[in-house]
Design a protein around this ligand. Structure first.
Ligand SMILES: Nc1ncnc2c1ncn2[C@@H]1O[C@H](COP(=O)(O)OP(=O)(O)OP(=O)(O)O)[C@@H](O)[C@H]1O
Length: 347
């Protein structure tokens, strides 16, 4: 994702007419969500998908956009975004030079310089009726996003006076808006202003269910179903453990599966390379843990969890995981000996 840089603003190319990548997984739940989204968008109401990183917001947004049979424009929110990045900017001067040499001995030269203007994606989308996908729009400041208030309510785009264009651009009836955002507790995001939130339907998403995660991992990597199941179960168990600063997402499963497939590797912790791959993909998520003992315990836990899911070893349990749950769920890792005895795992 995020291949589209809003900061490209002034030098933005033609609006993207991208289709979602092939291999999109549409099960019953996603199909039902897509149908609802299409119904709202056809009624002229923007749809806002809100959910944690990697839960599939952008993929669903692009998929729905591609089925509306209109060109698709994609912009990614950015803390430096301005209204100009969305609407357009001055772009140099266009000069015309007329040389009049009608009378041989007299040369008259007339030069005219006119300020140029370049429409950016929102203007083009409003004029031509594109489906505008505004990814992670709450990364952009409210001052940039205010331009949408008129677009959504009065169906007009207010053009800056120096645009040398019409003052107001009437929004094409085919224009549709899909927005995505991470909840505001995530770093680098802004609270969405009430007036804007009030003009859209917000749908909260969470991480996909196990079956969907397996289907997506399969479709994105090409590994066998059995391998996809073990990888997804491992990553989901790690997500459930809470032993991280940043929850592991579906992307981690896809990464591990892609590496396995590309290297034709067998998924077993008996291969030290697999242990390294799991650590490289996932361990940075608990990297900011200051206490070296706790950090080591988390690392051991990750390895033991992979051994459980890939090789059938007993399910480990982490001290901090135990603190959250009163019921022991496995064999203790990184826990002092007397406490291990007290837990009595399922080994
Ligand atoms: N339904 C799906 N079909 C196929 N691939 C999917 C599907 N949902 C998610 N994915 C894949 O999962 C990964 C994460 O999805 P996506 O980028 O859509 O999540 P996101 O919620 O927009 O994440 P972020 O907030 O970090 O941008 C991507 O590699 C994407 O291709």
């Amino acid at each position: 994702m995020n291949a589209f840089d809003p900061a490209q603003g002034p030098s933005m190319p033609e609006p993207s007419h991208r289709q979602p990548r092939s291999g999109f997984v549409e099960n019953e739940r996603i199909g039902e969500l897509a149908n609802r989204m299409r119904a709202y968008l056809r009624a002229g109401i923007p749809v806002h998908l809100r959910g944690p990183a990697g839960c599939g917001k952008t993929s669903i947004a692009m998929h729905v956009a591609s089925t509306l049979r209109r060109p698709v424009s994609l912009v990614v929110g950015d803390k430096n975004m301005t209204t100009a990045d969305l609407v357009g900017t001055k772009s140099g001067y266009q000069t015309t030079r007329v040389v009049d040499n009608f009378v041989n001995s007299v040369t008259k030269v007339e030069e005219n310089a006119v300020q140029g203007w370049q429409d950016h994606r929102l203007t083009v989308a409003c004029r031509e009726g594109h489906t505008f996908v505004y990814d992670e729009f709450n990364r952009s400041p409210a001052s940039a996003n205010n331009i949408f208030l008129g677009v959504l309510e009065e169906r007009v785009l207010v053009m800056p006076s120096h645009s040398k264009r019409e003052e107001y651009l009437k929004v094409h009836p085919g224009f549709a808006l899909i927005l995505t955002s991470n909840p505001t507790e995530y770093a680098g995001t802004h609270t969405v202003q009430d007036a804007l939130a009030d003009r859209m339907i917000t749908i909260d998403l969470d991480h996909q269910d196990r079956e969907t995660e397996i289907d997506v991992t399969l479709s994105r990597s090409g590994v066998s179903r059995g391998v996809a199941e073990r990888i997804v179960d491992f990553v989901r168990a790690y997500r459930q453990s809470g032993a991280y600063d940043q929850p592991p997402t579906l992307r981690a499963s896809i990464m591990i599966a892609k590496i396995i497939e590309a290297g034709s590797l067998e998924l077993t912790m008996r291969n030290p390379l697999i242990e390294r791959i799991c650590a490289d993909v996932l361990q940075a998520r608990c990297g900011s843990e200051k206490d070296p003992k706790r950090r080591a315990a988390r690392s051991d836990f990750l390895t033991a969890l992979a051994c459980h899911h890939f090789d059938g070893a007993p399910r480990p349990v982490l001290e901090e995981e135990m603190a959250r749950s009163s019921k022991p769920v496995g064999v203790a890792v990184g826990v002092p000996a007397p406490e291990i005895a007290a837990i009595g795992g399922t080994a």
